[in-house]
Design a protein around this ligand. Sequence first.
Ligand code: ADP
Length: 480
Amino acid sequence: MNVLFVTSECYPLVKTGGLADVTGALPLALAALAVDARVLLPAYPGVREQLASSKNGATIADLFGGEATLVDGTTATGLKVTLIDAPHLYDRTGGGIYAGPNGHDWPDNHLRFAALSWVAAEIAGGRLGKWRPDVVHVHDWHAALTAAYIQFDTHKKRLRATRAATLLTIHNLAFQGLFPESTLAELRLPDEALEQGGIAYWGKLSFLKAGVRWCDAVSTVSPTYAREIVTPEHGMGFDSALKDRAEPIVGIANGIDLAVWNPATDSNIVATYSKPTSAAKAPNKVALQAELGLEPDANAPLFCVVSRLTEQKGLDLLLAALPHLLARGAQLAVLGTGDRKLEKGFRRAAKKHPGRVAAVIDYNEAMSHRMQAGADAIIVPSRFEPCGLTQLYGLRYGTLPVVAKVGGLADTVDDGLTGFQFEPVDQDQLTAAIDTACDAFATPVVWQRMMRAAMKQDVGWGSAAREYRALYERLLQARR
Ligand code: ADP
């Protein structure tokens, strides 16, 4: 079975969040199940150079305003990728993959990601090279317009005869790909696309809605989030569109890459370990405290955060709960970037409490491993969380998660057994959970028992990959 992953990011080539971790690891887990998975993504600067091997493939004379070449290659880990080399869309200096140096989204993002989707539809139609997918698996809004290009394909007859099954996975419903309706013509879609429950969305058009509307199935990254997003409270304006689908939204919790996140072999950390004990982790705690200028205090529970600093992640609640955390003799280490106000808040807290609070306002992959290895616990107080990955890394590293009981956090952490959950998501309940964690830390037999349970939990991709393969098979069956 051939599956084309369509995504805007993919670890280790380019990553801003959990989406990249999933699209970098799941295809490899599927390959172990005899699925030939290939990842299609833009050739941002520096991406091709990371491939172990690559060769030019098909060319496209006019991909939304310029020439493009497809590059087929393989990463050092064996991931098969196809890059879209389109300098007019992706070759930008300064800024990141979504926004320019001023922090504002690139003004042509609608074209940059329409192009990604358009190429996916062309590959699905067999018009770009020999390899053809049985299933096109699109991820988030950047890739969701693929479903519209397949739906309104100008070569429709040919395509319909051989059309691949399509699956949209929503990694975060907050990102909907909203643009003015007036961009429709630039996207090379007919007016029809806006009609009859098409991609119109409260006076705008939404890329994500194309996937919800026209993909054969829609999934999301945990069972609880799948239930939450069909409610008005968590549906972010999409609940009706999601509920209107004939089949319920499928929820499959993410796994993690057990090779990349393995405390027994991790080359980013000072001392590798496999024993589920604080003693085994201790050299990493000492090193992290030294690196961050925290007091070298083995008895202080060290909480960490590795996160985008945004409203979603609930870290304003942690700032509010900080005096209590410190009163319990604990330390806090934060690694993250995002909203200026939160960045400032954590910087200020670090200045006010030297030796007890450290804030690294940066994106640093290697340091995120050192945080997981060195801290005793990781705090994830998200207001909503489709799946969340840092709590899974925490489980794997024996760094007990303190999490809000929402979405994938509710599904992956077992309160009192492998971590600590709280609800509702407010300052008081977070404070209470931190208290419970401090109490447990002060009772070594309890903490060690929880560490054992956490590190024993199966957080790999195995079972999720099997669920995805079964879902692909169901979709193909339905086509026959
Ligand atoms: P989201 O995708 O909403 O950002 P997830 O928990 O699903 O949240 O995934 C976040 C990923 O990004 C994890 O791999 C996490 O370790 C990583 N990450 C987030 N912030 C940073 C940072 N400042 N430095 C390094 N890694 C980070």
